[in-house]
Design a protein around this ligand. Structure first.
Ligand code: NAD
Ligand code: LMR
Length: 347
């Protein structure tokens, strides 16, 4: 439960001014990029979320229609749609407790996620530029919100957010998250296919970042035995799950439905923690000291969530030799991706 304060004034002989503190259960979640391939199914899933009272949808196009459509669903949340006109972005994010960001262009076959950083998508906008604009608005109008960044390349877009917040003197590393949940969801599903188990019982920690070799599933920690061959095949499939979907969609984009599911799961984890639930732990890409000696400031690992964001970052635990090699391969790539994001803002 969040505490809010308000002021009341009385006039007349006993005129005085005082403030009270009240408990509010009102929770606002904003989705930036809400009309897109991820944004629409994600907004649908969030409309079904009992933790949410106000669902605020922002995009450069089509949000009034998406909001009108969702607003007919008979769940308690109120849905509002904003476009850039009339300070739409400002109104969309003001007062938000959680902001989820799937704005930006997806990959086509042959592209890496890093290629999205610079590709010109809308007239003169790149994903890096879109994310920076949204970070500026968030820093100005919702600096205390918990932020879940989906826009690729996540390894770089999280540093863009952080550096922008630093510029506005509102940076709190505990509140900014890169969403890597889809890697966890995929790992769980792929392992259950191999072992013929129920995926809901397959909980896998995926660490590192969110692209190719930076995605490191810790398969040695889940209590299954794998042959060396299985280890390699599974790891390769988890690292390249995004490419599998990009290839199958053949130019029509990347994962949207599975991503909406993953983002809804992660947003719900943030909301559960915000509403006071203890022991909510999810792998996510955050500002982290785990690899500071290697010059790396952001890393995905298990994180305990609380009402103010990160409560605790867990170390990686015992690794197999194979996983240690994977981490060694991930670090230089991650470092480059992070530096690129930082440079985009700092210059
Ligand atoms: P999409 O093109 O279908 O949707 C993107 C939406 O962003 C569009 O509706 C567009 O109008 C909107 N948009 C563009 N500029 C904007 C701005 N300045 N403000 C607000 N909205 C803006 O793309 P998609 O398939 O939904 O993917 C979105 C992003 O998510 C891509 O960058 C993709 O690579 C990434 N993604 C990340 C993960 C992950 O695991 N983190 C998974 C899948 C996709
Ligand atoms: C994914 O993992 O599916 C996303 O990052 C989208 C992509 O470009 O692969």
């Amino acid at each position: 439960q969040k505490r809010i304060s308000g002021a009341f004034s009385f006039s007349g002989r006993a005129a005085r001014f005082f403030s009270i503190s009240a408990v509010s259960n009102s929770t606002k979640v904003a989705v930036l990029g809400a009309s897109g391939g991820i944004g629409q199914p994600l907004s649908l899933l969030l409309k079904l979320n009992e933790h949410i009272d106000t669902l605020s949808l922002y995009d450069i196009i089509n949000t009034p229609g998406v909001a009108a459509d969702l607003s007919h669903i008979n769940t308690k949340s109120k849905v509002t749609g904003y476009i850039p006109d009339n300070d739409g972005l400002k109104h969309a994010v003001t007062g938000a407790d959680v902001i989820v960001i799937p704005a930006g262009v997806p990959r086509k076959p042959g592209m890496t996620r890093d290629d999205l950083f610079n590709v010109c998508v809308y007239v003169d906008e790149t994903n890096a530029g879109i994310v920076k604009d949204l970070a500026e608005a968030t820093a100005k109008y919702a600096p205390k919100a918990l932020l879940a960044i989906i826009s690729n390349p996540v390894n770089s877009t999280l540093p863009i957010f952080s550096e922008t917040f630093k510029k506005y003197n509102v940076y709190d590393p505990n509140r900014i998250f890169g969403v890597t949940t889809l890697d966890v969801v995929r790992a769980s599903q792929f392992i259950s296919e191999l072992k013929n188990t129920d995926p809901k019982n397959e909980k896998i920690t995926v660490v590192g970042g969110h692209s190719g070799v930076t995605i490191v599933p810790l398969l040695s920690q889940i209590g299954h035995t794998f042959t060396e061959e299985e280890y390699k095949i599974l790891t390769h499939r988890i690292q390249n799950g995004g490419d599998e979907v990009v290839k199958a969609k053949a130019g029509a984009g990347s994962a949207t439905l599975s991503m909406a599911y993953a983002a809804s799961h992660f947003t719900n984890a943030l909301l559960r923690a915000l509403h006071g639930e203890k022991g909510v732990i999810e792998p996510t890409y955050v500002k982290s000291d785990l690899f500071t000696p290697d010059g790396i400031d952001y890393f995905a690992s298990n994180v305990e969530l609380g009402p103010n964001g990160i409560e605790k970052i867990f170390p990686l635990g015992k690794l197999s030799d194979f996983e240690r090699e994977l981490i060694n391969a991930a670090l230089p790539q991650l470092k480059k991706n992070i530096e690129k994001g930082v440079k985009f803002v700092v210059g």
